[in-house]
Design a protein. Structure first.
Length: 313
């Protein structure tokens, strides 16, 4: 991405952006091409603009379009035809078909699993690599794009996390998908498309509303973005010890102490998404599961019902 393209995405002139670059030690001109490190550094600097009282307005320009033209981001761990273990992959594909039929633009974000790389790797376009915070450390996310049937697919690659024989079932699943969640939020601004809403699915991507609420609330790109959490299966909720917050998600324990992520004496990642998403949606399976005694005993039923009742009122 060149300097003038980045400037256009963030609603500033090329001259203003060049001045910002010089302030933070990046020597460029308006036509210069920014490398991945410069892009990441510049993005983080602009993200911090509100906190440091920057005088440059960094809100992206939004071209007035019809309501139908707004772009939706759909973040999911399975989607046909790339990968699917059951209903989630089929549901994601059906959502894509209906969204395009309705005349809306769609970006679907997926992990770049081993099986996806093997089948589709040569047809993807590599965009860039970005550093992603994982607790107090960093990991690299390789971003790839593939446009198919009018849908833009964004694949998040990392060999350590996603080049495995299975999709789920590993001891570090929380770390793998926390990385994926943060990588999606870092990547979306670089696609050059204004997002109106982000849909997330089950606990594996329910960290996005939480992270948005904690770390990205001042990011100009996400100022007006709404989030919808789709709950497909209440059997899996993402139960972990409190250490996951600072060590994996990179957020303070205070979000456990204040009850936002806490359920009983553990962190419940699905709950964190329910509490911080703009709205939630349940399918037939999760609606029936909500009636089970164990859902009431654990407390998740009251959290869901409280969210639904608040939105209805």
């Amino acid at each position: 991405m060149r300097v003038y393209e980045f400037a256009r995405n963030y609603g500033v002139t090329s001259k203003e952006l060049v001045a910002i670059c010089h302030e933070i030690g990046i020597e460029v001109k308006a036509q210069s091409k920014l490398d991945e490190t410069q892009l990441a550094t510049l993005s983080r600097h602009i993200c911090r603009g509100k906190d440091t009282n920057e005088t440059i307005e960094t809100t992206p320009k939004v071209v007035k379009k019809s309501r139908e033209a707004k772009t939706i981001a759909y973040v999911v761990t399975e989607c046909e035809p790339f990968t699917s273990l059951g209903e989630l992959g089929k549901t994601a594909a059906a959502f894509a078909t209906q969204t395009i039929k309705d005349g809306r633009s769609l970006i679907i974000a997926l992990p770049k699993y081993k099986e996806i790389t093997e089948v589709y790797g040569t047809t993807m376009e590599w965009l860039m690599d970005l550093p992603i915070k994982v607790g107090s450390t960093e990991a690299r996310a390789s971003l790839f794009k593939l446009v198919q049937d009018s849908v833009t697919y964004l694949f998040i690659g990392n060999d350590r996390y996603f080049t495995r024989e299975e999709i789920y079932g590993y001891e570090d699943d929380a770390e793998r998908f926390a990385f994926f969640n943060r990588a999606v939020l870092e990547a979306l601004p670089y696609l050059g498309t204004k997002i109106s809403e982000i849909y997330v699915n089950d606990w594996h991507t329910s960290m996005i509303p939480l992270i948005l609420n904690v770390d990205y609330k001042y990011h100009s790109f996400y100022q007006k973005v709404k989030t919808t959490l789709n709950i497909h299966n209440l059997e899996y909720q993402g139960w972990y010890s409190v250490d996951i917050l600072p060590n994996v998600l990179g957020i303070s324990r205070q979000y456990y102490d204040n009850g936002l992520t806490r359920m009983g004496d553990s962190v419940n990642l699905l709950k964190s998404g329910i509490e911080t998403a703009t709205r939630i949606q349940l399918n037939e399976i999760s609606t029936e599961q909500l009636k089970l005694p164990q859902m009431h005993e654990s407390g998740i039923a009251s959290v869901i019902e409280g969210k639904l009742n608040n939105k209805a009122s």
